[in-house]
Every structure is written in structure tokens, then in C-alpha cells.
Design a protein around this ligand. Sequence first.
Ligand code: SF4
Ligand code: SF4
Length: 247
Amino acid sequence: MTEDMIPVHERDPMPFECCSENPCFNDCCRDLNQALTPYDILRLKRNLGISSQVFLKRYTSFHFGPNSGLPIVAFKLDPATGYECPFVTPKGCSVYADRPGSCRLYPLARAIAMDRETKEINEYFALIEEPHCKGFGKKTNLTVREWMDGQEVALHNLHNDKLMELISLKNRILPGKLDGAQSDQVYLALYDLDEFRYRIFERGILKNFNLADSRLQTLKIDDEALMDFGIAWVKNMLFGIELYIKE
Ligand code: SF4
Ligand code: SF4
């Protein structure tokens, strides 16, 4: 953790309050350098009622990590606007109900360590005290955990932790840079869910896996199930981990 990050425990008081009356209102939505997770994209594209292809093209840029080959997706930012988020408005966030996990957690940072045997996840938190943010020093009577509950970040953490497990597996089993085809598979199955769905149902990319009809039906209509399946498919493609084929 860097010097301006103060480690906190979830039972510690949360001396922070963000509100539209703060003079810094919306400042945290400018000058962004924010990676988006697959679940962030799922929620945002659904909020906007558009496909993942359209969302990714219109609102994001991406590159493959130079050392890992893993996709890194971020908001497409315009220097002319001060690198502001495409969804910030004078009244605040226009996609508030489906804002990314990192927006919900700010100014907290969260790190996890997963026990390889039990899969138990230990969480670690730190407050990032940036000079532009004037929400600090407010008495709220909330603990860090209660404040996080108010941000409804648990579902994001749950899904994002699956991505972290995949990245950690990749670093262990397949260190170094993925080849181009592998990087494309990861991008497709995790980030471009509607294209993944199209390739499953119109291009037959799963025809060798003999999936049960009921599971296929679920993948057709359930974005979260498709994203989970995408992670399992990537584990199969990259590491040879057997893809579950039963209900
Ligand atoms: S998604 Fe909303 S909260 Fe997050 S940076 Fe954009 S405007 Fe701000
Ligand atoms: S800079 Fe801090 S206090 Fe100000 S709007 Fe953003 S999170 Fe809230």
C-alpha cells in the first residue's frame, strides 16, 4: 500500500461522507484511470439497454497487458473534458444504480487473499486520502463495513473476486504473456458477453462440450450465468480445467 493509503479494519469507524453539497462534488469522476471488470460492464450495458459490443465500442478502450496478455478495459476518456467519465453529469452519476464496483468503494481500496485449499477469502481495506476529496473528517457513526453495505458493493465484490481468482490461477499456471488467440478468448468470454452468446448459439463454439439443454437455455437468458460460464470456459481453454457439463 502507498503512503497516502491508510489501512483500516471493517469494524473501524468510517470518517467519511460524500454528498452533493461537498465542494468537490463530481471531482472524483474526472481525471480517471479506472479499469472496468466484466461485472461492471455487464451492469452498465444492462443499465443502458445496449449490447456489450455497443457498450465496449462506444464507452471503453482496451489493451492487452504487455506482460500478461490479459485484457485491460477502461472508460474511453477525452482530454478535452479533463478525462471525465462518460456518465458524469452536473447532477452526479447518470448510471448510479449500476455504477462500477470501484466507484462504490471509493475512497476505500480493497485487496483480497484467497486460501488455495479452502478458497476462503480474507479482505484488507485502506482509505485513500486524496487532497481533492473533501468527504473526510465527517462523523457518520458508521463502521467501514456498514458504510460499504450502504454502497451495495457485495455483489460486485463477489463477481470481481472470481476474476481475481482467474488472474491468480493464470499467474501460477501460465506465467508470461498469453498469445493473441488466448487473449482474444479471454476478452470475448469475460467482457463481450453478447458476442460470446452469439458465438455459442449462432456459431456453435461449444458444440464439442455436450452441454445440457437446460444449461444452454440459462446461458441464453442469464448474463451472470453466462459470465460465470465464460470464466469456466477460459479456465478450460487456458489451463485444461474440466468444464462442468452437468446441471
Ligand atoms: S460511473 Fe458514475 S460514479 Fe463512476 S466515475 Fe462515472 S460518473 Fe462517477
Ligand atoms: S471527491 Fe470525495 S467527497 Fe467529493 S464527490 Fe467525490 S467521493 Fe464524494
